[in-house]
Write a protein that binds this ligand. Structure first.
Ligand code: CA
Ligand code: CA
Length: 746
């Protein structure tokens, strides 16, 4: 600050006037950064939005927005809205707006009333989650029925559980989940259960089973005391049915169910479940507890529930793009756009991911390969139809809300991925004043600012090819608690922050880099949404248990990172990386068929990576190097055959580096080929090979086989693919290295 005044006073008088006139609120920091080498502060028009839809609904926000705004230095939320008749099951991923059910404004009157009443003060940029997969929007029905279990909560005593086996079972009225009172199995400390089954306790009476209807059977468990926790729950019916059948561990059918398939129980309560189909004619579902021989630990069980799974009508699932009723989907868009406008929200979070659980045959609406009617419609015809639907949908949406902002997730640079690009092109044709943002979900794992810049320029280069796509803006997604189970869980103890994918300091730098590269939006995905967005509600364990779950609070240091990320930072920052993140490849082979044995080799160019006319960098002859920050080297010290190999890494903190050789598709259409290479690395599963064929710009990739085991030895890795008969241009034989982010040892 003081430097700034000194500098200005030393220049001539007219210049002071100019400086005063031009100086914005960021002026001070910009002058300061010139001195320090830091980049400028993040301007106020750039926004941090949190993807909160799994837990945050309008009725909740209406009550608690003040606490959320106080707890989290953000600019907005992604919110899920349900129609008035929706049942109690609300995961935030029901995906109901892009299917066959038609909605009216009146269907959302309660959500609208609640949203209008939310006293937003700081959060200015809020969105409605709008998925383009439809899992069925059955009116007035919950997709899981009421609990049919007798005293599965043990809230008062063991009523109905008269068949306790003395010495094997007991109950405790001082512990439990969610309420006090729970069942204990293996009640004697250090007792050997000696492969004993309990007799069934109180069960659930069900309507007479038809052999088709499924029930969601769930329970909560925690492990207490020593031992390995290897006790089991076995689910049975009263007509000979049991689970698991067949046994997932390869044992005989109907042997006791092993918790190992759900993770060994930990010291905190966690919920587990299976889907169970009772035998025809059965009228009761029950639990048997089982103790294995030589087991010393004790498990506590509570919250036994048996609920019927109600299948939504298939006609509420995704419609085909050619369906004559498709206009209903565009009208649904208009209904939600009107709601967003009336509620003062910015617009939609348009989620194009193909979610599993989508109903009907059109579950992968953007995947041409998944269509059963290639003989009826060519790729070009389907793309043209999708573009038409995008145009119709956006026209209806923009008519209801002309200034709407639509952030499209998950991919970036849609053209090289799937037919999402056609839909977006249609949107761009009829968007009027609307703003369309590429949401950049690929940013989830990015670390340094240059990675976001590279991601943006990659997407721009795809969109540059079409004037329709050029006005698209760019945003980035960040996964705050990235892939926690790969790092021993989400660590909330400051002493362990360095074990997380990003420490708070690294997270702050990442936020700065992402905000710098974005036009306006950076959005946060978190794996612990209850914790982040329900600050006054006690967090519950995740259904998908995570290591170290549940947590008591969001670490203050991560909140501070959110608060501080807008200040000037070093734009060239990158984290200290472990050296030697290399994968070597050598001696590639291509054959027809699915195995590489003595069959005749198909001629590749430079298969042994021996020819390097351009020198030791940047590329071997006949191979095309690409991907994220590739750094390759002709290596003569680590070689499988001949004089040279290729050594691969990335200059970025992590990245996918590819080395392709093209072969003509026409020669291999309809035939199966296998591509192999020798690979060597210290990093597990990082190096492998792939085969890709293309129809137009839509590719299909071979199943990725077992990658390199990371033992530092040479292993032969292969990929096999039947080239699609309609494949165009070239087939790509790909050497592939996913170089991970590995921090330097402290
Ligand atoms: Ca209980
Ligand atoms: Ca070689």
């Amino acid at each position: 600050m003081h430097f700034r005044y000194t500098a200005i006073r030393s220049i001539t008088f007219p210049a002071i006037l100019v400086a005063v006139v031009l100086c914005s609120a960021d002026c001070a920091t910009q002058d300061a950064t010139a001195q320090t080498g830091l980049g400028p502060a993040i301007p106020a028009h750039k926004k941090l939005v949190a993807f909160a839809c799994n837990t945050v609904e309008p009725a909740y926000l209406r009550e608690h927005i003040g606490e959320i705004e106080q707890a989290l230095p953000l600019d907005g939320l992604v919110i899920f809205v349900y129609p008035n008749d929706w049942g109690p099951r609300r995961s935030g991923q029901e995906d109901i707006f892009f299917g066959g059910r038609r909605f009216t404004r009146e269907d959302f009157s309660q959500a609208l009333n609640d949203l209008k009443a939310v006293p937003f003060k700081k959060f200015t940029d809020n969105f409605i989650q709008f998925a383009l997969s439809a899992r069925g929007s059955a009116a007035a029905e919950n997709d899981i029925g009421p609990d049919l279990m007798t005293n599965g909560q043990f809230d008062t005593n063991l009523d109905g559980w008269a068949s306790i086996t003395p010495g094997l079972e007991d109950w405790d009225d001082t512990d439990g989940y969610p309420n006090q009172g729970c069942l204990i199995i293996n009640s004697a400390e250090d007792a050997d259960n000696a492969n004993t089954n309990s007799t069934p306790g109180a069960g659930a009476t069900i309507p007479e089973a038809d052999g088709v209807t499924q029930y969601k059977v769930s329970w909560s468990i925690k492990h207490v005391g020593g031992g390995t926790g290897l006790q089991h729950v076995r689910v049975v019916d009263n007509n000979g049915g049991c689970e698991p059948n067949p046994d997932p561990a390869g044992e005989d059918p109907c042997l006791p169910f092993s918790f190992n398939t759900h993770g060994v129980p930990g010291p905190e309560w966690a919920e587990q479940s299976i889907n169970f189909t009772p035998n025809e004619g059965a009228t009761e579902i029950n639990f048997i507890t089982y103790g294995g021989g030589g087991v010393a630990g004790r498990n506590r069980l509570d919250n036994f529930r048996v609920r019927k799974i109600i299948t939504p009508p298939v006609e509420h699932g995704n419609l085909d793009w050619f369906d004559p009723n498709w206009s209903g989907i565009a009208e649904n868009g208009a209904v939600l756009a009107q709601l967003a406008r009336e509620a003062g929200l910015k617009g939609f979070w348009l989620d194009v991911e193909h979610y599993a659980g989508t109903l009907g045959q059109w579950e992968e609406i953007f995947n041409y390969s998944a269509r059963p009617d290639h003989d009826k419609y060519s790729l070009a015809e389907v793309e043209a139809q999708i573009q038409r639907r995008g145009r119709e949908w956006m026209q209806a949406v923009a008519a209801a809300y002309p200034d709407i902002t639509i952030v499209v997730i998950q991919n970036t640079g849609w053209g090289h991925h799937n037919m999402v690009e056609s839909f977006v092109k249609g949107m761009m044709q009829s968007r009027g004043n609307a703003t369309i943002v590429d949401g950049g979900e690929g940013g989830y794992s990015k670390i340094a600012g240059q990675e976001f810049a590279a991601m943006r320029s990659g997407a721009e280069s795809v969109h540059q090819a079409d004037p329709l796509l050029q006005p698209i803006q760019y945003g980035f997604g960040l996964w705050v608690d990235y892939s926690p189970n790969n790092y021993g869980g989400w660590h909330t103890d400051p002493a362990d922050f360095h074990k997380n994918y990003r420490s708070p300091a690294e997270f702050e730098q990442t936020l700065y880099g992402a905000l710098t590269a974005a036009d306006r939006y950076v959005w946060l995905f978190v794996w612990h949404p209850d914790l982040w967005f329900n600050p006054i509600v006690r967090p519950r364990p995740l259904n998908h248990q995570c290591v170290l779950c549940p947590h008591e609070k969001v670490p203050a240091a991560y909140i501070e990172a959110l608060r501080n990320c807008r200040q000037p930072h070093d734009p060239d920052w990158s984290p200290p990386l472990q050296t030697g993140r290399f994968v070597w490849f050598d001696d590639t082979v291509l054959v027809e068929g699915s195995t590489i044995d003595d069959s005749a080799r198909i001629l590749l160019e430079n298969p042994g990576l021996e020819q390097w006319r351009q020198g030791p960098e940047p590329t071997p002859d006949a191979w095309i190097v690409g991907g994220e920050g590739p750094q390759i080297l002709r290596d003569e010290s680590v070689v499988k055959a001949g004089k040279y190999s290729i050594r691969v890494t990335t200059e970025l903190s992590h990245g996918h580096v590819i080395i392709d050789q093209h072969i003509p598709a026409a020669a291999w259409a309809g035939k199966t080929i296998t591509f192999g290479a020798w690979a060597r690395s210290d990093m597990k599963g990082v190096g492998g090979v792939e085969i890709l064929d293309f129809i137009g710009n839509l590719h299909e990739v071979s199943n990725i086989g077992t990658g390199h085991p990371g033992d530092g030895e040479w292993h032969f890795v292969t990929a096999t693919k039947t080239i699609r008969p309609e494949a165009t241009e070239h087939v790509r034989l790909r050497i592939s290295a996913h170089i991970p982010f590995i921090k330097a040892a402290e």
